[in-house]
Write a protein that binds this ligand. Structure first.
Ligand code: SAM
Length: 401
């Protein structure tokens, strides 16, 4: 578990993952409003005990379970989980809330089962290992929290989480649905997800602007977990969903994407002792064409001629406009290691004339053609299509993380 400040009686030192801190306040804040709730922290406290009960009930906790609760606030869900589980690790950004939840159980048998970690759960290098994750999620961290959980090598058995309704719908969206996204594919690939209940805004204090939903997510664990690296699968999805309405041929025609494939291919070759021909040919020369044709197996496909790729050019072709708000980090993802590859060598990644660039481009073309997915759009593909595509790229030595 990462080292973070643990909450002592009545509030303690801030942890290393803080975004900002406020002075601790005493008293039962939820009832007396001693301190002002901070909307920047998504502080909408559950005032309907029935909902707190339902969240904990739907986790089907065992007495041996370790539970992580993100954002305990004043402890409405925490106390219920403490009654059913062996231990609750409550991760709270706001020290005032950390003090509240600690006070709430002070002097009761539940106190020794509670550990409060002050800090930002998203900035923690790893989430503490646990059997169950529960949260009335601060909405601004919905997406990173899900990704953090799905990326865990040993994820919890179950997560019961409250989200904004729109976000919850994205989790269960299917191919073809308007809300289908990189998030939907990841959740359905690494877990099963079920809608549990709707929660109206009147159940919170202060009421949020939007309605909420509770979902139950069961990550695939042990041998059921797909045998691919999370970062690889997600890396492929980032490319595909950068323009989810464009064909995969167009998504992979973006120059930053090809440059990234080239960088990763070079790393793959150097790790596997595969010689790389770095020679530079004049564009359009016989040498360049041969490299491309060799790798493509003589296929008559040209990504640049594809209708969607042309549209990219008209739009500027930079690949840095987002359709998905969870993909806001996409440009950085493409630009990573732009100057140097991980072996520290300068990479002429953007030089279209380098032979290795042509080989990589041809490999990409070959995979898209052979899988029959090049003409499909990300919004039409299900998780099995993406897995098939990823494995075909791996066969060619093309990686995404
Ligand atoms: C919606 S409130 C839920 C409070 C309580 N669980 C309830 O249901 O009444 C969200 C809580 O998450 C905390 N929080 C916000 N961002 C956080 C972060 N990045 N890491 C940990 N806690 C966070 C807030 O301070 C707040 O206490």
């Amino acid at each position: 578990m990462p080292k973070a400040a643990k909450q002592k009686k009545g509030g303690g030192p801030s942890g290393p993952y803080d975004r900002k801190s406020k002075p601790a306040a005493g008293g039962a804040a939820a009832n007396t409003n001693i301190f002002k709730f901070d909307k920047d922290f998504g502080q909408h406290i559950l005032k309907n005990p029935g909902i707190s009960d339902a969240i904990v009930d739907k986790a089907y906790l065992k007495p041996t379970d370790v539970v992580v609760e993100v954002g305990p606030g004043t402890g409405n869900i925490t106390v219920r989980a403490l009654e059913k589980a062996k231990k609750v690790i409550a991760i709270e950004l706001d020290p005032r809330m950390g003090a509240e939840v600690t006070k709430r159980v002070q002097g009761t048998p539940l106190a020794k089962k509670l550990e409060v970690i002050l800090g930002d759960v998203i900035k923690m290098p790893e989430m503490p290992p646990c059997d169950a994750l529960i949260s009335n999620t601060p909405y601004q961290i919905s997406s990173p929290l899900i990704f953090k959980m799905l990326a865990m090598k040993n994820p919890p058995r179950v997560a019961v989480l409250m989200f904004q309704r729109e976000f919850a719908k994205r989790l269960v969206a299917k191919p073809g649905d308007a809300l289908y996204s990189r998030l939907s594919v990841n959740v359905n690939f690494w877990a099963t997800c079920k809608h549990i209940m709707k929660v109206g805004k009147q159940n919170f204090k202060p009421p949020p602007k939007v309605e909420s939903d509770v979902v139950r997510i069961e990550p695939l664990i042990g041998s059921a977990r797909p045998d691919v690296a999370f970062e690889e699968f997600d890396g492929l999805l980032r490319i595909a969903f950068n323009r989810k309405n464009k064909t995969l041929n167009a998504a992979f025609a973006i120059k930053e994407v090809l440059a990234m494939c080239e960088r990763n291919y070079k790393v793959y070759c150097s790790l596997n002792n595969i010689p790389i021909d770095e020679s530079v040919s004049a564009a359009g020369t016989a040498g360049a064409a041969t490299a491309e044709e060799d790798a493509a197996g003589g296929m008559d496909v040209d990504m640049e001629d594809n209708e969607d790729a042309e549209e990219e050019e008209v739009l500027g072709g930079g690949g840095d406009e987002m359709e998905e708000d969870e993909d806001e980090d996409m440009p950085e993802f493409f630009k990573q290691k732009d100057e140097e590859d991980s072996a520290g060598t300068k990479t002429p990644a953007r030089n279209p004339k380098s032979k290795v660039a042509l080989v990589v481009k041809a490999k990409v073309l070959k995979v898209l053609a052979n899988t029959g997915l090049g003409d499909k759009r990300a919004r039409q593909c299900d998780q099995n299509d993406f897995l098939r595509l990823l494995l075909a790229f791996h066969e060619e030595g093309i990686h995404f993380s």
